[in-house]
Ligand binder design. Structure first.
Ligand SMILES: [Zn+2]
Length: 294
């Protein structure tokens, strides 16, 4: 066997192995999060897993997170939450972050069309195959930033592919680009809302570490929880001393418990669940008859 033939075989074996471990090489996802910690809490395990399997990921944060701390002013709060979001994104493996920096919990006067326009520009730039965001139809969502983010992202996913929206983008060399599939996360999805369960057993530690990276937000959550319990005459012994170590423990316990509860219904140790919208309708004429382009 000639040397070049051996090299060719070795190269084929390597690319076959890489196709097995990186089935999504070349694909891009965009994660649209209202706040710094949403994507880690709701989808951190799945995003990390897909990145390991070849996806390149970009993150868009809609707000500036200026209100999520228990003892800092708005400027310092926003700064710390932004720095900690970068750390969390690094743990998950997300490359680039763009923050739109709309004021936290003040989105009401901002039109959905404006947020959508900001998203369309980035979708056309990054050409995401996959979108991760909040479920715009989530029943028990109470956070106004989550709701508006979900609607604007869903809208941008298809309008970015239409040439009559924001035509000035094309003078910059951008092209229309519609998102292909979508993973929607929700606070308490019910029944048929969940049609995609992802085994994150091998990614649970990274998910937990990424949530713990949001130190300011997690401490705020713990402080609020302790105060709420106290008002009802209760205490959580773990939070008797409010420090980073105990807050991290609480994050670890709660994240494992939630992922285990989802996983136990599907024979998995730890899982995350989504409403998934595929490229083609399941069992549709198009899905049954589409053939490879080349
Ligand atoms: Zn949030």
């Amino acid at each position: 066997m000639s040397l070049s033939r051996r090299c060719f075989l070795a190269a084929s074996a390597t690319s076959a192995a890489s196709a097995q471990t990186k089935p999504y090489a070349g694909r891009t996802m965009v994660v649209v999060t209202a706040h710094a910690d949403d994507f880690t809490i709701f989808a951190g395990g799945t995003i990390a897993k897909l990145i390991d399997e070849g996806y390149a990921a970009h993150l868009i944060r809609i707000t500036n997170d200026e209100k999520d701390s228990h003892n800092l002013g708005p400027g310092e709060t926003s700064h710390r939450n932004t720095v900690e979001m970068r750390l969390a994104a690094d743990i998950i493996g997300i490359k680039e972050i763009q923050s739109l920096d709309f004021r936290n919990d003040e989105l009401d006067p901002v039109s959905e069309t404006e947020i959508r326009a900001r998203l369309i520009l980035l979708f056309r730039k990054w050409k995401p195959y996959t979108l991760f965001t909040f479920d715009p139809s989530a029943k028990y969502e109470e956070n106004p930033d989550h709701k508006k983010t979900a609607r604007a992202a869903e809208d941008a996913a298809w309008t970015s592919g239409v040439h009559l929206f924001l035509q000035e983008h094309f003078t910059l060399g951008l092209q229309p680009w519609a998102v292909l599939d979508r993973y929607y996360w929700a606070r308490s999805p019910e029944g048929h809302d969940v049609n995609q369960v992802v085994d994150i057993t091998n990614h649970i530690d990274r998910k937990i570490n990424s949530i713990q990276a949001h130190k300011t937000m997690m401490m705020h959550t713990a402080v609020q929880l302790k105060a709420k319990l106290a008002r009802t005459g209760l205490r959580l012994p773990l939070l008797d001393t409010l420090n980073e170590e105990n807050v991290n423990k609480l994050v670890d316990i709660q994240t494992r418990e939630r992922a285990a509860a989802v996983g136990s219904k599907h024979n998995m140790k730890y899982a995350e669940h989504f409403h998934y919208i595929p490229v083609l309708g399941e069992g549709s004429y198009v899905q049954r008859n589409a053939v490879p382009l080349k």
